[in-house]
Design a protein around this ligand. Structure first.
Ligand SMILES: Cc1ncc(COP(=O)(O)O)c(C=O)c1O
Length: 495
């Protein structure tokens, strides 16, 4: 028994791991000696000679938007040959143990993932968010979505309760529902310097929980840094308070953190239209003063399941992520992996592992790349905010924005709808106007656990500065959005 094993679902506990081609599990007969060099006539693993790919060259950029950004004159004139130098070659066979060759990467592998990449994720976590206890490990997933689904399977039996921030990454509701759990919304404080979750609300909810109506919650799902959709980040002090509630009321914290590494400084008017990578932080400064600690760092018994992904920092199409959790949780997640998808793609693992280890130089090299992403996002965020601050709609007090401390989302509040009796209907009308001005945004009410619970706080759109092709598009979308709001304020829904 561990400190949290009573919170694992019956379904997850009941699964046993087995493979029909494994050696017999019963005791070998007396005197049995295994052969020193056994040959395989068992597993259905095609010899790598059957693989049609002989080698792969991966050509890399030095920084985001390299082909667009005029960093300096010498960069502008990079010849194709010079760019090619920034590449890695993945062979069918290699003897370097920390790199994955194709004979391993394209072969069946452990459901947990290939060892070198698992070790990388563990070293990465030790560097960025060292857990406060020892018996934890990492398991690869096919992205955070898969990680969240597996976390839900590990915890919830039908009828169990999960607390969820009232505005959230709504696919989580499908994962928790799939395991039979009931999602109960937790109020978010939408004031500008908030931590996201309304602490007093949560504390009262737990204090006054009526177990005759619903069993007490088994978990809290939180996107604690650069929250989706609101952009809020919980401070360390705030996390300690929430963690104390988790201990007092005995629930797990599922910490979903796709955006946390993209820390953002407070708004500053962008100096020029293009960001300058020379402005970016040193790694020490970033780790000590910018990166918000994870719940893992205050968790001393394994009450936190941290879900990470390579989607936002590397590429979503890889479908690659990982979970850091206490060993008994990782074990049941592994068993579920054997049932659902047999783990992450070997090709994705090979590319990520070898790019990071062979080219970027491991954990710190990977973080240097993250810092370049961060500088780019920080510039984009400031550019969008600047455009909004300069708009007539903002100057007239019709709208407000929350300056996020991390991630890729900005809450854009429609101030004149704050106390409107028909907020959601008005937001829907406004959305048509915004679309007609040629920009897409996500209304807060589309990302609720329960729309009726959140109506009063639904007077906002989520803006995301990640997909724009360039600075021009960010400025232009900010203008279109604020013009549309002004027009709606003055002339209402009519076109
Ligand atoms: C909070 C949150 N969690 C999880 C995901 C899904 O990530 P992945 O692509 O790794 O499945 C997203 C993607 O937008 C997200 O915003």
């Amino acid at each position: 028994m561990t400190g949290i094993s009573h919170l694992i679902s019956k379904r997850a506990k009941s699964r046993v791991s087995s493979h029909f081609a494994n050696a017999p599990s019963d005791q070998p007969p007396k005197g049995f000696k295994p052969h020193e060099k056994p040959l395989l006539l068992s597993y259905g693993t095609p010899n790598d000679g059957f693989f049609p790919i002989d080698s792969i060259d991966v050509n890399l950029v030095e920084f985001p938007f390299e082909h667009q950004v005029k960093f300096n004159n010498s960069m502008e004139n990079l010849s194709l040959n010079e760019q090619k130098k920034n590449s890695i070659h993945i062979e069918r066979h290699s003897t370097k143990p920390n790199l994955l060759d194709l004979s391993r990467g394209l072969q069946y592998a452990n459901v947990e993932g290939h060892k070198p990449l698992i070790e990388f994720t563990e070293d990465f976590i030790k560097r960025t968010h060292p857990p406060a206890y020892d018996n934890w490990s990492s398991i690869l997933t096919t992205g955070a979505s898969d990680g969240l689904n597996k976390a839900c399977d590990a915890l919830f039996d039908p009828g169990d309760v999960v607390l969820v921030e009232e505005f959230t990454f709504t696919p989580f509701l499908r994962f928790s529902q799939n395991a039979g759990a009931i999602a109960v919304p937790v109020k978010i404080d939408l004031s500008n310097d908030s931590n996201g979750i309304d602490f007093d609300y949560l504390e009262n909810l737990l204090k006054n929980w009526d177990t005759s109506k619903l069993p007490k919650p088994k978990a809290l799902y939180t996107i604690a840094t650069g929250q989706n959709p609101t952009g809020f980040t919980q401070t360390l002090e705030f996390r300690k308070k929430i963690y104390k509630l988790a201990t007092d009321y005995d629930f797990i914290i599922i910490e979903d953190d796709p955006y946390g590494y993209l820390t953002l400084p407070k708004y500053q008017p962008p100096k020029k239209n293009q960001f300058d990578l020379k402005d970016h932080l040193t790694l020490d400064d970033y780790l000590k003063n910018h990166l918000t600690p994870s719940y893992l760092e205050i968790d001393d018994i394994g009450r936190v399941i941290r879900v990470e992904t390579f989607s936002k920092l590397f590429a979503p199409g890889l479908r690659l992520g990982f979970i850091i959790a206490e060993n008994s949780i990782v074990k049941v997640i592994k068993n579920y992996g054997e049932t659902v998808n047999r783990g992450a793609s070997g090709l994705a693992q090979t590319v990520v592992n070898n790019v990071i280890r062979d080219k970027l130089g491991g954990v710190d090299g990977w973080l240097e790349w993250v810092l370049k992403m961060r500088a780019t996002y920080s510039h984009r965020k400031d550019l969008l905010l600047h455009t909004i601050y300069e708009s007539e709609a903002y100057k007239k007090g019709l709208v407000d924005v929350i300056d996020p401390k991390a991630g890729m989302f900005v809450t854009f509040k429609i101030e004149f709808l704050q106390n409107d009796p028909n907020i959601v209907a008005k937001m829907k009308e406004l959305l048509w106007k915004v679309i007609s001005y040629g920009v897409s945004v996500v209304p807060g009410h589309n990302m609720t656990v329960d729309q009726s619970f959140s109506t009063e706080r639904s007077n906002f759109f989520r803006l995301c500065y990640a997909p724009a092709n360039n600075d021009f598009e960010i400025v232009e979308s900010g203008k279109r959005l604020t013009d549309a709001v002004l027009e709606f304020y003055e002339n209402g829904e009519k076109f």
